[in-house]
Design a protein around this ligand. Structure first.
Ligand code: HEC
Length: 116
């Protein structure tokens, strides 16, 4: 009986460890993916969250807020379809790439594009 109890706790312990470690790893992978998508498709014009063509249309939180696009879906849509003189990058971003890069941009904007 005691042995069974020990096994039970061991299994619980493993489950807890698994749960603690798993989402963090997945998030890290996704964050890397977002960073790479940005580097490959957006950084040419939006280096460090700026905009080399239309300076005011940058990816800083104040600008996103001003233009009502401070949410993942709005940024993802622009990534896919473009906006104004910017063309869309749907074909380059792959499955969910628009959401992943949008999420990454939003995260950077909230951190004022300061890299640690
Ligand atoms: C060739 C240069 C170029 C590239 C590459 C580019 N953009 Fe843009 N982006 C622009 C320009 C120019 C604007 C302003 C468009 C306008 O309003 O006419 C803009 C505007 C935006 C805006 C709106 C910003 C605001 O404050 O209103 C978002 C969001 C955005 N781009 C996201 C992206 C994402 C995501 C990518 C990569 C998938 C990307 N851009 C790639 C040139 C570019």
């Amino acid at each position: 009986m005691k042995k069974k109890l020990r096994e039970f706790f061991l299994i619980i312990f493993c489950c807890v460890c698994f749960h603690i470690s798993l989402p963090k790893d997945l998030l890290a992978v996704e964050s890397d993916l977002g960073k790479n998508l940005f580097k490959n498709n957006c950084a040419g014009c939006h280096i460090n969250g700026g905009n080399i063509i239309r300076r005011s249309k940058n990816l800083k939180i104040s600008s996103l807020k001003r233009n009502g696009i401070d949410n993942q879906e709005a940024i993802a849509k622009i990534a896919r379809q473009g906006i104004g003189i910017m063309s869309g990058y749907k074909d380059n971003l792959g499955d969910n790439g628009d959401q992943i890069v949008a999420n990454w941009i939003l995260e950077q904007a909230q951190k004022a594009w300061i890299h640690e």
